[in-house]
Each structure stands twice: as C-alpha cells, then as structure tokens.
Design a protein around this ligand. Structure first.
Ligand code: PLP
Length: 433
C-alpha cells in the first residue's frame, strides 16, 4: 500500500479515501459486502497477468475430458490447477451431488453469466419467462433496455398485490407461451422463493428452470433459504454480494447442460477469464464452507428481520409486509408516521448526507424509474463487520431520524458524525485504512 501511495499518490489517495468512506458510513446496499483480506490479496496476485482463454479440460461428444488441456495459450500449469480447484469448491458448496453437476467459474460478472445461459439454449426470437424489473426482477431477466429483452421474446411475469410470487400466474404464462427457459430469482424481492414449485412448473411445461440466486446465494448454501437444486436445471450467481467474494459470476448446472454453457460463455460471449478473480472466488468459496460463514448467514437474516420490524413499527411501509431474507424494500412514498418522502431517489440522497448508504428502487406502479417510490436496504455488509440484533436498534433509529429530518442539513450531519463514531468499533478489513 505504501508503495502504491508513493508511486501514484493520486490513485493511492483515492483508494484510501474510498476505504475510509466505506468504514465510516452505514453500508446498506443489499448487493454489496466487505471482502476479507484473503479475497483482496488473491485479486492482487500474478494471476492478474495471465491470459487463459479456454478451459482446463476439453469437451468431446458431450463428455468432459479432464486430462486434456483446452487452453489456447501456453503457460497454464497453475491457471489450470487453480480453475480446477475453484470448480471443485463451487460444486462442493453448491450441489448435493458434485458428480452430477458442472460449474463454470469464468463469468466476468452476473450479467454475462445470465446472457451466456440464454444464448446457450435460445436462438434470437425464442421465448423465455422472467420477473419484470419493476416487480423486483433484474435487467438481464428480459427488460427491454437489456440485450436479453431485445434479442429474445421475453415474457415478463409480475408479483401479486401482496408483492408475492404468483405461481399460478407463472404456470398460466408458461402454458400460454411455451418458453424454453423460465428464469427465476430477483434483485429486490424480500420473500422466500419456492424453487420446488417453479421446478414443477418448468417440468410440466417442458422449460429449463434457471435460478439466478445472485442475491440469496449465501442463504441457499447455508440452509437459510430453500436450495435451488435439484429443482433448477441451472443456477447463476454473482460472487460479490452475500457470498462475499470478488466481483465475478458463477454458473452451476446439471451435467448435461455443461458443454453448451461452456461454449456459450467462451468463445460465444467472453474472451480470457480474469484468473485473479477466479483465485479470489476460490478463497470466497472456501470461506463460505466455514462454520463462521454459516453463523454469518443466519445473523444476516436475523438482522434484516429485526430491522424490518423496527422500521415497520414506526410507520415504514415494507413491500411484501416483511422480510424473509437479507433485503428490505421500503415504499418510502407510501410510508406513514411522518416518514413519507417525495421519492426514493431524493430520500437516498438525503440519507447519504447522514452517512446512510442505500439505493433507490422501483416498486410496482412506478412510472418514473429515475424517481421511484422505493428504497432498498440490506444487511449483508453491516453483518460482515460484526453488527448483531441489538445494533439494529441504532441503525433503525438513524434511518427514522434521517427520514423525519430529511430536509434538515444540520441534523443529517449530526447523524453522520454519530454513525462515523459508532462504526469505529467494528472490524473493517482493508489495506487502505
Ligand atoms: N442477477 C441479479 C439477481 C442481480 O441482482 C444482479 C446485480 O445486481 C445481476 C444478476 C448482475 O450482476 P452484475 O452486476 O455482476 O453483472
């Protein structure tokens, strides 16, 4: 760190400022987390220098030949070993029976992982089903501004009036449109997902079930949420959210789909994998198999439930009426008790002045995506640094005060100072602070 700061003071100072910002503010964006020093160090290894296009194995007539080297460039002794290790750990963590599944650790992130799966099984114009963005789905589940909504015939399902997945409606749409793929998973859904019911719908209608568990992956692998396997055929995830790894993506699938997915990702969509991210992913997967991580995942949910209750008691309106996972979606326009705000974008900006970092989010009925009515909160990051149930009392109090006094700059700055001081007691792992 000292070397970087001396060699390039501009970048060094910025890195240090960002680390301090993360340390002194409440990080409540549900898709963010704090990585361990081990993950950070893995990202900074010499693997960052290496091109490793291809795979450490070869597909031949649909079966994987692990003894043959499928890379395009030489010098792959240690990239091959590393990628095999990451794959083994992914299978061990994600699947009930590693021998029956295949993992691809090369997606550069969640979006390319999803596109690779679609392009592996669909031709342009083919139909798939996905959850609409304004009901909590992700852009890559078929939204019109995303390539997945432009190249394919994306039929979008919605939630019911209680903000719950409507399995009868999904079945009806699947029967009507005969999609090749049903995508499930979400980016702003606080309730449980029944992979069992979705798997039954997929089998009834001849579709593949793809579960994008980017948000809840850490809960699925620790038993805090139903596991998508064996109901789903393919699972995609990011590794930087609850899983607490590097910014990257991961695909795990039943073995027969492995060859098509590998081919779709490379050479279909990407070039060389980021082998330093693969190294960091391997570290995060090891961490996720530990008893510490098991305890962490349980605490993430307990913190989210406690925070939900506290906010609800004061008048905040929660979409879905509760949280079952790590995430809360507040309708800040529809909240009561003096908590109603102009819109989620404005409120998130005011909160930032108070040191509360969250993100605006659309909720059903929003017509102006840039000024939506919702704000999304999550507990993965604050739980990583050691916050437990009773800390949620302070977190809730700051959120409530910063909302009631959202136009009072002095009060917002006072909250910011209180949060900054409070944060000093927690363990934040960064080389830059
Ligand atoms: N899938 C879901 C459910 C997500 O929430 C996200 C990101 O927020 C993605 C995919 C895309 O991941 P990335 O931003 O890494 O491309």
């Amino acid at each position: 760190v000292r070397y970087l700061t001396q060699y390039d003071p501009e970048v060094g100072a910025l890195a240090s400022a960002e680390a301090k910002r993360q340390q002194r503010t409440l990080s409540l964006i549900p898709s963010e987390n704090y990585t361990s020093k081990a993950v950070q160090l893995a990202l900074a290894t010499a693997y960052a220098n290496k091109y490793a296009e291809g795979y450490p194995y070869v597909w031949s007539d649909g079966s994987r030949e692990d003894r043959r080297n499928g890379r395009y460039y030489r010098g792959q002794e240690y990239t091959n070993e590393l990628e095999r290790l990451a794959i083994r750990r992914a299978l061990q963590l994600f699947t009930p029976d590693p021998g029956e599944y295949h993992a691809n650790v090369q997606p550069l992130s969640g979006a390319p992982a999803n596109l690779a799966v679609l392009s592996a099984f669909l031709k342009p114009g083919d139909t798939f089903l996905g959850l609409a963005l304004d009901y909590g789905g992700h852009l890559t589940h078929g939204h019109g501004v995303n390539i997945t909504g432009q190249y394919y015939n994306a039929v979008q399902y919605r939630l019911n009036d209680s903000y719950e997945l409507d399995y009868d409606e999904i079945r009806r749409l699947a029967k009507q449109h005969a999609p090749k793929i049903i995508f499930c998973g979400a980016t702003a859904y606080p309730l449980r997902i029944s992979f069992r019911q979705l798997g039954a719908i997929a089998r009834e209608t001849g579709a593949l079930l793809v579960a994008d568990i980017a948000h809840i992956c850490g809960l699925c692998v620790t038993g805090c949420h139903e596991h998508p396997f064996p109901h789903a055929d393919i699972v995609t995830t990011t590794t930087h959210k609850l899983l607490r790894g590097p910014r990257a993506g991961l695909i795990v699938c039943k073995k027969p789909y492995g060859a098509a997915i590998d081919r779709a990702l490379f050479p279909g969509l990407q070039g060389g994998p980021h082998m330093n991210a693969v190294a960091a992913m391997a570290v995060a997967l090891k961490e996720a198999m530990s008893p510490d991580y098991q305890r962490y995942a349980g605490q993430v949910v307990r913190n989210a439930k406690r925070l939900s209750k506290l906010l609800q008691e004061e008048g905040f309106k929660l979409m879905g009426g509760r949280t079952d996972n790590h995430l809360l979606l507040l309708d800040v326009v529809g909240s009561a008790g003096g908590l109603g705000a102009k819109d989620g974008s404005w409120l998130a900006k005011q909160w930032e002045t108070a040191g509360i970092v969250a993100n605006k989010n659309t909720i059903p009925g929003d017509t102006r995506p840039w000024y939506p009515s919702g704000v999304r909160l999550g507990t993965p990051a604050i739980t990583t640094i050691g916050m437990i149930d009773q800390d949620m009392v302070h977190v809730a109090e700051w959120i409530i005060r910063a909302t009631r006094h959202a136009e009072n700059e002095t009060e917002l700055r006072r909250i910011r100072d209180e949060i900054g001081q409070f944060m000093e007691q927690f363990a934040f792992e960064s080389f830059y602070v």
